[in-house]
Every structure is written in C-alpha cells, then in structure tokens.
Design a protein around this ligand. Sequence first.
Ligand code: DMJ
Length: 792
Amino acid sequence: MLTDSISSFAPCQRLVLTFVLAMCILVACVLSTETTMPTQNMSNKERAELREEAREMFYHAYHAYMENAYPADELMPLSCKGRYRGVTPSRGDMDDILGNFSMTLVDTLDTLVLLGDFTEFEHAVKLVIRDVQFDSDIIVSVFETNIRMVGGLLSAHILAEYLQKHADTMHWYKGELLEMSRELGYRLLPAFNTSTGIPHARVNLRLGMKDPQLKKSRETCTACAGTILLEFAALSRLTGDPIFEVRAHAAMDALWKLRHRGSDLMGTVLNVHSGDWVRRDSGVGAGIDSYYEYLFKSYVLLGDDKYLARFNRHYNAVMKYVSEGPMLLDVLMHRPHAKSKNFMDSLLAFWPGLQVLSGDLKPAVQTHEMLYQVMQMHTFIPEAFTVDFQIHWGQHPLRPEFIESTYFLYRATGDHHYLQVGKRALKTLQQHAKVSCGYAAVNDVRTGKHEDRMDSFVLSETIKYLFLLFSDPQDLIINVDEFVFTTEAHLLPLSIAQLGNATFSFRQSDEHNVLDFMRTCPSSNKLFPEKVRKPLRNFITGSCPRATAGKRLSALDFQASNADHLRAVYDMGITMVSVGDRSQGKAKSHEEGEMGLQFMQEMLELTKMQSINQLAQLQAVAYATDEKAQDWIALMAGPSHFSPELIGDQFVQGDVLLANPLRACDESLENAEEARGKVLVAERGDCTFVSKARLAQKVGAAALIVCDNVPGSSGETQPMFAMSGDGKDDVLIPVVFMYSVEFGKLSAVMERRKLPLRVRVMQMVEFKRWQLAKAQRQNQTAAVTQKPDKEL
Ligand code: DMJ
C-alpha cells in the first residue's frame, strides 16, 4: 500500500513541490554564473572514487561493529568490544542513549539499502527481528530512543517493503519491524503523561515513569521534547494507531505556547510540569537544534501549514537576534539583545542545511564557510569554539552536521566547492579517526587523542551523508528527493501524508499567514555561492575577527581599549569625545552612518541591560582594604551555569592562590596541597571552564576564579557572561569569571601585600546590600554617639 505511493506526491505536498521547483530555479541561477567560480571542478572519476571510499569507510566501521560488538549498542573502537549498559563502566547521563537494544545496527539498517547492499540488509533485518527486545529495566532518553531506534526501525520497515516490491526480495518480511517500533513507541508513551503534554526526558523501558529514580524528573530540553513528531506521525500513519501522533502534536503545541511573545525565541531547558523555562539561552545549537528542524520538516512531511508558520516565526527571530554575519550566537530569549554565551557549539552546523531546505541560501553559504574555516583551523570542528574561533571544548565525536549541510548545499547549488569540502572531511576522518577497529571519536582536537567511542550516528549519518554527497541520483536505488531525512538521517517517504490514517485534518492555519515571515528567495543577484563566500575567505584568520571588513562591529563586542574598534566606530560616524574635544563624528558613508546609529542604540540597550538585568547575576570578588577588615572593595565577576549559585548572604571566603600551572588543565596541580581551602585562580584557555573547576574541586579549593586571557578585557566595556559547562552538575564549589582588568586590580593588591590576600566570593547585589547595611549602622552609631552632645 505504502510502496504504491512512494513515487507519487500527495496533494498536500504541493508546497513541497513548489519548494523543489524553487530549488531548481535557484540551482539554475547559480549554474548560470559559474564564471566567477574559482573552485576546481571535481571529475566524475574522482567523485566516483570518493563514493567508493565512503563505502569502504562504511564497511570498515560496520564490520568492526558486527564482528566485535554486536549485539551491543555501540562499538568501543579502541578496546574493540561492545558497550553494554550496566556492564561497561558507566559514563553517567551519556549512557541514557543505550538501551541494550543493538542500537548501532538498528540505526544503520537504512544506510545498507542506500549502499545497495540488499543481502546484508536482509541479514541485518533478520538479526534485529531475532535478537532485539525492549523489555528491560533500563532508563533511556526518550529523544535518543525515538530518533535512533523508532526512526531506524520505521525507515527499515519502509525500505523492506520497498525492496519487496521493487527488488523482488525479502518476501518473507511481514512488517515485523513496524510492530517492533509500535512496541517501542508504547514504551515511550508514559513519558508524555505530564501536565503540559511535554514529555519527560527519560523513561524506564519496562516500568515507564514508575521507576523510583524518575520520581524527581522535571527538566527536559527543547530539542528533546520537540523532536518526536516525524517518527510518531509516521508510526501512527503506518500502524493506524493515532495515539503517537496525537501525543507528539500536543507536545509541539505546548512548546509553541512557551515561546517568548516579544522575541519569538525559545529557551533550551524547561520544566515539563509547569512549563517554566529553566535555561533561557536561545540559539540554534545544543538543546534546541532539531526542534527547529522538526517544525520545518513536519510541514514538509505532513503538509500542515501551522508548522511552516511557526518555523517562519522562529526563523525570523533567529535571523534577527542570533545570527550575526556568518556566526550564530546565543542570546537570552527574554532579552534578545543580550548575548548569553561567547562560544558556538558544533551541533549548530546542521543549520545551513536547514536553511537550504527552507530556501534561504545566502546565510547558509556564509555560515557553512565560517564552519569550514573552523574545521581547517582545528582539523575537526570542536564541540564548542569561541567567537574568536579558539577552542572552548576540544572534543569531536565524529558528528555528521557539517557534512549534512555540505550535502544539502551541494544539492542546491551544484557548486563543486562542496565536493572539495566533503573530500577534505572524508580524508580527515581517514587520517585522524580511523583505527584498526572502526573509527574513534577525538577526545581533544588539539592533541588528536582518541576516545573509546564510536557513536551510532557515525554509520547512520556521518558516512551516509558522505556517500550521498559523492553519489549521483542514478547511483541510488531510491529517489531521495521523495523522502524526508529525519534528524538521524532516517528516510521517511513524503507519501506518508497520503495514508488514510491521518489523525488530523489540517486546515489553513489561522495563526499566521505562512508567507508573512518568509525571507525572499531566490534572489538572483545575491545567491551565487562563490560571490557570497569570497568576502568571508579570511573570516577567521584576520588579526581581529570581530572588526573585519564587512562585518559590523556590535556594541556587544566593542572594547574602548581596542584601536581597531575605535577606528571602526569612527568610520560609523561615532567619535569618542574626551574632555576638551568637541569635534563631531561624521560617518564615512551613509551606510556606515546607519550602522553607527544601530551601534549607539545597542550601546544604550546594553548599558541598560547591564545595569538593571545583569546585576542579579553579577558576582563579586571582594577584599578588605584595611587590616581590620572594615572597608571592602568588590570587583565585578561573572557566574557559571555549572556551579552552585551563592544565594542571599552566602559567600565563600579564602586566601587567593594562583594555580600552578596557571591554566589548570592537567590531571593535578603542582601546588595541590597548598590549594586546599583556598580561592584558586586559573587562567582561561587550553581546556574548558568546567574541567578547571573539576580540578579545583579535586584539590579541595573553596572556590575558583577563572581570569581572562585576553589582555585589556573588562566588565566595564564587555557584557558579562555566564560560563557554560557540559551538562553535568558535579561541580559543588562556586566558580566565577573575571575579565583581565578586574583581575589585574586583584593581582596588584596581592603583589602589594606581604600576607596572602583573603577574598570573599559572593553575589554583587549582596555585597552592595551588605555595604549599605554597614553604612546605615555606622550612621546610626554616629547619631547615637552625637545625641548626648546635642543634649549638653
Ligand atoms: C544525532 O543523533 C542527531 O543528528 C541529533 O539530532 C543530534 N545529535 C546527533 C549527531 O550529532
């Protein structure tokens, strides 16, 4: 039934066809201007060789898994054995991915079909039917189980039926994989029993939410809750059981209601019962990425305008507040002009691919180009990198997102640049990740050290997208344009919307006109990829990336001590007036004048935000200026997301000690003994904030101050930010950040004093309150002591 409709489009796919058509026009525009394209064209021969190399990569990893790890969930490529939940030493929350259900094999099934290996596919399907079961007392991530397992099973089911019909094979298959996905779907459903309808993050496969460990379950991420609908809708449409789709739509509706009504942005972590936001950072990477992807793709797969309208609203907000040139920087959903992080994470590399699908090619080309430069700079794209492209978190688990975007950009533009990018990505994997037993994640891109980990997405996505990039449509058994790729690159046919089991009849959305927020595309004079990439060619290699030509200096980045910044604001018509200087700034051009106005507006907003809103979060490192500790001075510091908050009159006090080595990235410190009970200072750089914190905690420090490594930086001219961690909450000591100028003041006092300097780490607002109360007490005492005099 389904396979009959695979090659024909459902009526509700008209918009999809329009989109495909738009993409064709766009490709035509792009191809017609190839004269400016300097990229070396790749010969058909080389492309075919790379396709075969991708195929070999697949088999190298697949056989390593099948021969050494199956039926485990994952291969451990360094120890060359399987990773089993409850058997292999736990990695904490990360292991919630694992359910002892042969995840890598299930996740990989449809790649076998794309490779045209029907014999192995048939064999693998038989193994899954024979070996995989879900009745385990194991807590798993709802999101991961859905995208990897439910998605993997559904896609394999669809392709098995397709092969029965078109390749005259697998006639024994009777829908067993679909039944398995239905069973697994039912095991995930208890997670949806919340007052909002937004699912819990985790569920016990056997006990549902009755597992005592899940009693306190409250928080989930936006992507976790918002990446269900494609699989659950397919499940309902294919089984005729509406419950899955009903629950997934309800979760999407509940999430939509939580957007910030002013900015249209979403946070990243929320409480599933109250619907309150727990983390209000808003970007397109970790914690939210595939929520946006599923809004758009739900529209494509199901034809419901509502999802396109929602996607457009969010997209517009992201492009307004988060996107800054080619960069995408998190802001606060309720204060969208305030940047909340000074780094980007590698997960956001999927964004250009999504932009291609939605038709906004120019920013896709730009962001992809920036990411490509990050990759060239650090070999792989590190898990997180700062706005000046330094490593924030050096891990690289062989993620697919950048290759995925490269694939979609190539499909949309036909530009051979993207084949060259793919070639580089492929060769890098071969050179730096291939080991004798599969492909190993990179623990730190600076050292190239491997990790005993090969995530299932290496086979289901990373290598799949490489293979697709180097394949011509005629090389493939199926027409991929008739499928939607889920976030785990599983294939769901567009024809699913045609199935009679639709649980909703969609009407024209009354929320918004779907085109209200559409960015225009194609725009023939702007969309030539090379033309777009050219100005960005040295985007991250210039001496001062924040002020390179073409990229407007934002007030957020402005530093009064930076000569380039002063020059840039002068060009925008803004003169920094010092006493005695009354000359007026005059903009270089009208355009720059406008930029200047925008800059000043931002500056005003920043100042306001900094003084009012950020005060609550601001931390203080305070010290006494006299021996009797009567008078105190506080220096401004920033908080962290991963350490406990000092609330009210809480503070931590100790003598300041510089870590040795100062960066505090090693396993231990040379002055570890001395550090016990001290307020340790470590310099920013070489490793993550949270790893410095863990080391400080390990040596018994009372608190940690991380001081900036950029000379001249100051909280007076730059917005304070909160240091991010890696999602774990094992740091129990307070950790604060100080810019260089503020820390310089502290170290000057340390140098002047012969005795160690004792400091208090506390909330700035509390410090002010404390000082005020002290001043009031002194006034009262003065009044009391003055009273008798007056009476005399
Ligand atoms: C995959 O499991 C999916 O692509 C998901 O959406 C994000 N994380 C990984 C790959 O990085």
